[in-house]
Design a protein around this ligand. Structure first.
Ligand code: GDP
Length: 300
């Protein structure tokens, strides 16, 4: 599978390229200055201070005061990152119970609509029947976009009049999904963070109403995060965890950033599963998250 992290100009970031570029000698003593330089590089690559310090300390342990090559450091770094990422690389769990209800949350622009379309297409290709509910009833443009994605994926999209109650739409959608024996119901939601209390109440009501029809719903609550927002993604996880029972993450726009390091910070801090990564705007641009590929691409 392709390396997921490519900058907009097509180049790969290569976390250690700057370090390598500045090296005259092939070997260098791993001293305090080197440790600090590594920490700075990892912070710049969006691993966040805590994770950057931890990763660097692990790399330096057993090597401090020794002469090391950049290749050795690169390999150790890739191994550290893969070790942090392996436990969170998990595909979306599919339950035997039908319909599986997937609530999709995230701020506007994160890529919810696009990701729902991509997921719907993948589930259709796997022979699953899917229904989408356009639960962001306050944004007409979002509903239209979702309808376009539904057509592309060959999946029905249930909508409600602009400004109507998303919980009522969710209820109707689950009623239909149950009646039709659908495998999967994906529910889009609003992402107006500027109105946090409203949004929290809206999400809570959707969950309450779904549970009237199925006490185990929603089976997954996916938080969609835009990887280009860097450290802000950490705040978004915190905020959405207060509003919903987030069960897993999908990171979008990893094709458009050299800052994929925030995934390491997220995995290290929250340990939430990363179910998939968005690597472009087309319907096929959703990949499983591969920790080895990711670590190799990030370290360059
Ligand atoms: P929503 O407001 O959360 O529903 O976000 P959208 O799905 O409308 O996506 C916002 C923008 O991000 C759109 O222009 C999408 O084409 C773009 N987008 C979504 N996912 C990806 C991705 O993985 N890579 C790239 N390059 N763009 C993406």
């Amino acid at each position: 599978s392709p390396a997921p992290i490519v900058a907009p100009d097509g180049s790969k970031p290569g976390l250690l390229s700057r370090l390598t570029g500045r090296q005259d000698a092939p070997r260098r003593v791993l001293d305090d200055a080197f440790v600090e330089e590594l920490e700075d590089l990892l912070v710049q690559a969006d691993l966040g201070v805590d994770t950057a310090l931890k990763v660097t300390a692990n790399i330096a342990a057993g090597r401090f005061g020794r002469r090391v090559t950049t290749a050795e450091i690169k390999e150790a770094l890739a191994a550290e990152i893969a070790r942090i990422m392996e436990p969170v690389a998990r595909p979306l769990p599919l339950y035997a119970k039908k319909p599986q209800v997937v609530l999709v949350v995230g701020v506007n622009g994160a890529g919810k609509t696009t990701t729902i379309g991509k997921l719907a297409s993948q589930f259709r290709a796997a022979g699953k029947s899917v229904i989408i509910a356009a639960g962001d009833t306050f944004r007409a443009a979002a509903v239209e976009q979702l309808q376009v994605w539904g057509q592309r994926a060959g999946v029905p999209v249930m909508t409600a009049p602009e400004g109507s109650d998303p919980a009522s739409l969710a209820f109707d959608a689950l009623t239909r999904a149950q009646a039709e024996g659908a495998d999967l119901l994906m529910i889009d939601t609003a992402g107006r963070l500027q109105n946090r209390a409203d949004l929290m109440e809206e999400l809570a009501k959707i969950v309450r109403v779904l549970r009237k029809k199925d006490p185990s719903a929603p089976h997954n609550t996916l938080l969609v995060l835009d990887a280009t927002t860097g450290q802000n993604a950490l705040t978004q996880v915190e905020v959405f965890r207060q509003m919903a029972n987030v069960s897993g993450l999908i990171m979008t726009k990893l094709d458009g950033t050299a800052r994929g390091g925030v995934l390491v910070a997220l995995a290290d801090r929250f340990g939430l599963p990363i179910h998939a990564i968005g690597v472009g705007e087309q319907i096929e641009d959703l990949d499983a998250f591969d920790p080895q590929d990711f670590a190799a691409a990030l370290t360059g």
